[in-house]
Design a protein. Sequence first.
Length: 138
Amino acid sequence: MKNIKKIALVVLATSTLAFGHGDVVPHSVETKGLEKIADDVVVNPLRGNEIAIEIGKGAYNTNCARCHGLGAVSGGVAPDLRALDAADDDIDEYFITKVKEGAVRNGNVYMPPFGDVLSPEAIWSIRSWLETLPTDDL
Ligand code: HEC
């Protein structure tokens, strides 16, 4: 029994260490004011939607900024998401697939999958917000 407690403690300590930098737990996002979007939609239905842009900004800050940078200005840890062409249907599909599936190779999680955490509304809101950002310093 004692040993089990010890192991639990070690696991806890290790995960705190590994995840100590910023908030790693993905956050679901409140998308009130937006219509429900089907899972198989691959072109951003929320482009230019003011409510979505506002929601996307918050969703980005709680879920993506720690790796992709504040204001989506990458510090080099992860790609600069402003570099993805705006208003491009092919990039839309790439974007939502990537966010849902994350980037996991050989058991290494470069980016966690968000498919179980973020609704399509939340993901498209993030894309809509990213598209409003200036790209002149890229
Ligand atoms: C733990 C760090 C981390 C978090 C959190 C994270 N990402 Fe990523 N993301 C990465 C890394 C690293 C890559 C590059 C992946 C690779 O090497 O394939 C990446 C790649 C991407 C790509 C592909 C970019 C390209 O230029 O090809 C998109 C799109 C993306 N992330 C969106 C997001 C969004 C949206 C969120 C928040 C919902 C998010 N990411 C959260 C680390 C992260």
